[in-house]
Ligand binder design. Sequence first.
Ligand SMILES: NC(=O)c1ccc[n+]([C@@H]2O[C@H](COP(=O)([O-])OP(=O)(O)OC[C@H]3O[C@@H](n4cnc5c(N)ncnc54)[C@H](OP(=O)(O)O)[C@@H]3O)[C@@H](O)[C@H]2O)c1
Length: 333
Amino acid sequence: MKAIAQDVYGSADVLQLREVAQPSIGADQVLVQVRAAGVDPGVWICMTGRPYGARVAFGLTKPRVAVRGRALAGVVTAVGSGVRRFQPGDEVYGTSSGGTFAEYTATASGRLALKPPRLSFEQAAAVPISGVTALECVRDGGRVRAGQKVMVIGAAGGIGSFAVQIAKASGAKVTGVCGADKMDLVRSLGADEVIDYTREEVDRAGPSHDVIIDIAGCRPLSLLRRALTPRGTLVLAGGGHDAGGLLGGYTRQLRAPLVSMFTSQHLRGLASRERAQELEELAQLIESGAVTPVVGRTYPLADAADAIRHLAEGHPTGKIVITVDAEEAPRTP
Ligand SMILES: NC(=O)c1ccc[n+]([C@@H]2O[C@H](COP(=O)([O-])OP(=O)(O)OC[C@H]3O[C@@H](n4cnc5c(N)ncnc54)[C@H](OP(=O)(O)O)[C@@H]3O)[C@@H](O)[C@H]2O)c1
C-alpha cells in the first residue's frame, strides 16, 4: 500500500511517499481503509523528534514507527477475532499509533467509534486528536459550568476551534483569542468576545475569566494568571513544541501544579487520551449540531509534507486534513 513514511528524524523533507507492507491485525484490532487523516502538531513532533524528550516515546535515534499520522476517518475492512463493536463496512473515526498517512492502518478497536453520519470523512478526520483534546480541556481540565466566563487562547486553530464550540455548548460565555484575520471565524464559532492578540494582551480586562484554556502555549504563567479570577482554573494544553530543548515549552505543564500549591487559582496541564468514550461523546455534540469541525485546508496523500509545512508555520485555520483517494487503494485480500 502507499504511505507517507520516514527513516530518520528531520524536517518535512525526510517524508517519502512509498510502498509499504499492508499491516496485519491482532485479535483486538481493526483494519481500516483510511479515507482522510488529521494533521496536528503531534505529527510534527514525531517527524522531527523534537522536543527531544518525545524520543523516549517515539524512538531514541529514529522513529520506531515509520508511517506518520495518528488521526483517521475511514472504512473498516477487517476485524480481529475478539472484536465485537465493528464489522467490515462500518465508517469509523479515531486514532492509530501505526500511522494514518497511508491507505490502510491497523488499530485497537477501543480507539475507534462510529463516524458521525453528518460528517464527511475529511471533517471526521479533524476530530480524534484535536476535538478530543478540546473536550477534555473544557470538561475535565476546566470543569466548565454554564454561566462561567471562559477564555480560549489559540481559538482559530485545531484544538481551539473545537474548544470555543464545546465551551459554548456547555453554556459558558466565551472569549476567543486569535490573530486579526481569524476574528470573524472565531465569532462565527460562537465566541461572545474576540481578542486580536497582535493588538491587545489577554489580561486587558484584568482578572475576569473563570477558566482559561491556553492552547497557543507561548505565554508565561504569570501573564495568564493576571486574566484569571482569584479562584479560576488555568488549563495548559499547548506547549510551544518547537521551543527546543528536552521538553520544548512543556516545562510550564510541570511548573503549574507546583505554583498551584501556593495560590487559590487552579493551574493544571492536560494530556489527552485516545479512546472511544470521548469520540462517542463528541459524536453526540456533532450530531446535535452544537459542534462542527472547521477544515481549513485539505491535501492529497502525496502532498503530506506540504501539509505539515503549513502547520509548522503556526497559523492554520481550523484543521488541516490529508485525503486518501479510495479509488487508488488496492483491494484488501
Ligand atoms: N495536551 C495535549 O494532550 C495536546 C494534544 C494535542 C495537541 N497539543 C498541543 O497543543 C498545541 C496547539 O495544537 P493545535 O492543534 O491547536 O495547533 P494549531 O492548529 O497549529 O493551532 C495553533 C494556534 O495558535 C495560535 N497562535 C499562534 N501564536 C499565537 C499567539 N502568540 N497568541 C495566541 N494564539 C497564537 C494560532 O492562531 P492564529 O492563526 O490566530 O495566529 C493557531 O490557531 C500544540 O502545542 C500541540 O502540541 C496538546
